[in-house]
Design a protein around this ligand. Sequence first.
Ligand SMILES: Nc1ncnc2c1ncn2[C@@H]1O[C@H](COP(=O)(O)OP(=O)(O)OP(=O)(O)O)[C@@H](O)[C@H]1O
Ligand SMILES: [Mg+2]
Length: 299
Amino acid sequence: MTVPGGGSLLRVDRLTKHFQTHRLFQRRHTIHAVCCASFELTGGETLGIVGESGSGKTTLLRTVLGLYEPTGGAVYFEGSALDYRDRAARRAFWRRIGVVFQDPYSSLDPRMTVSDLLREPLIVTGAKMDARERVREVLDEVYLPQSVLGRFPHEFSGGQRQRIAIARALMLKPEFIALDEPVSSLDVTIQAEILELLARIQRETQTAYILISHDLAVVAQTCHSVIVMYGGQIVEAGPTAAVVESPSHPYTQELLACVPSPDPAGERARIKRRRELFSITDERSWTLPPCPFEGRDAR
Ligand SMILES: Nc1ncnc2c1ncn2[C@@H]1O[C@H](COP(=O)(O)OP(=O)(O)OP(=O)(O)O)[C@@H](O)[C@H]1O
Ligand SMILES: [Mg+2]
């Protein structure tokens, strides 16, 4: 069931992830990869996570998805707290989400055919659906011909691989898809193609997205709201228009200053057109709570 636009689908409350480094004959170090991240994902909308390399974007996403055990905090899906230690609950959650991992070159197993790659989410989660029929449908949704089914990932271009990764994420008809840098390794025309494909899927199916990018221009064009990460913390959050037009944190201001724009008027028109594609209109307010996990042992 999809929460239609406006309802809270996922709420992340002070989620924290520390890593402990293990080196022979050396002192242990704690890496504060994510500290006290709180945000909300609304059904049918796109939430952007932006920040420089190493700021904790992927770690935050992987912790939300239950791929890393959280050091502290909680995640609520449709109002219920997720218990990642409960294997059955974890699988039930995974049945309702899709993931496109960072880098389409390493995220698809080179030994599997497209057919195997698309069927894998059904096998892993034990979802009951007609695999053959669903594979056919998702290939149509991402504009790939049925003839790709017997081929291997190395036989495709970066853009085609990303379509395969998106098709795989769509297999379970998810309520939201987590997209980790879905376009950063692609050239600008293929980027535009993939972003427009994602916009169409969202319009037709009301699927929500969490979209990670280090490129504020991509986030400005595609996201209803955005969180800005720096050093493992959320330093700014809010509706994208508000954050982009009047950033309050110096790091966000710096990020915005780095967005190249040889033609500011054309750029604004392009952002406006893309935002219309993603049906971005409303404004909301956000608050960031203080971190209660300071000094807590890393797991
Ligand atoms: N498994 C791990 N063990 C130890 N440290 C880790 C692990 N995964 C990530 N880190 C550390 O956590 C921090 C955040 O890493 P993360 O991959 O989340 O950054 P990112 O914002 O996704 O960067 P990028 O834009 O380059 O993908 C980094 O300092 C990284 O070294
Ligand atoms: Mg990353």
